[in-house]
Design a protein around this ligand. Structure first.
Ligand code: C5P
Length: 237
């Protein structure tokens, strides 16, 4: 496994962006990938897809063998339209919206707790490392999936701020939500992600941490692009 990882890492530039949900990883990863012309891996989407696939195929969350088989073989695709819209398909059906619901997020964090499932998804994730480069967004990109990545970032923010961002996003979509309930959900997801045995959420030792609590998307983007410029990935702004 380590040999395979080294080959992948030496050929393709990989930038890992890890952190808890709502820290801004997805938004920043997409902006950076676009700016560099790199591929983008939304690893959380793989766990979400597995959660959805298990529901559709009536696979119980206790049946780890069946879940791992599904993880290895589920028919999924990610596409980016010419206008930049990103869509995800499961067995030919567009599940982009369903993928982002709180229910699917909960299913994802349940299936993500099984080491066998994580191993089954490892190669699928590593296969996204294609030239010229990859921005990989998740919880364990820098620690487990791409441990040799030359650039590792860890984005974080307070639970209140992350819940408040989600609250505004859901209100904008016309959903009726309670802010205290969202703070609770964010805390319990963190708890599960940080305290599981298999690849818990943590910053890689060589990752650069950015607390985005009081930063705008533009400020975080500028900070990340500056760091990448220092490392020679983009021209200095
Ligand atoms: O990032 P997102 O919220 O889509 O991830 C959904 C869930 O998938 C997370 O709460 C986490 O439990 C799991 N996940 C993971 N490892 C990753 C990405 C996501 O365990 N690399």
């Amino acid at each position: 496994m380590s040999v395979e990882r080294k080959v992948v890492a030496s050929k393709v530039a990989v930038i890992t962006i890890d952190g808890p949900s709502g820290a801004g990883k997805g938004t920043i990863s997409r902006i950076v990938a676009k700016k560099l012309g790199y591929h983008y891996l939304d690893s959380g989407a793989l766990y979400r897809l597995l959660g959805l696939a298990s529901k559709r195929h009536n696979v119980k969350l206790t049946n780890i063998k069946a879940l791992s088989t599904l993880a290895e073989h589920m028919d999924i695709s990610f596409t980016t339209a010419s206008n930049g819209d990103f869509s995800v398909h499961l067995e030919g059906e567009n599940v982009t919206r369903e993928l982002r619901t709180e229910d699917t997020g909960l299913l994802a964090s349940q299936v993500a707790g099984f080491p066998e499932v994580r191993v089954a998804l490892l190669k699928r994730q590593q296969s996204f490392a294609q030239g010229p480069g990859l921005v990989a967004d998740g919880r364990d990109m820098g620690t487990t999936v791409f441990p040799d990545a030359p650039v590792k970032l860890y984005l974080t923010a307070s639970a209140e701020e992350r819940a408040s961002r989600r609250y505004k996003e859901l209100l904008g979509k016309g959903e009726n939500v309670s802010l205290p309930a969202l703070v609770e959900q964010v805390r319990s997801r963190d708890e599960r992600d940080m305290n599981r045995e298999a690849s818990p959420l943590r910053s890689a030792e060589d990752a650069i941490e950015i607390d985005t609590s009081s930063m705008s998307i533009q400020e975080v983007t500028d900070r990340v692009l500056n760091l990448l410029a220092i490392k020679g990935y983009v021209p200095h702004p």
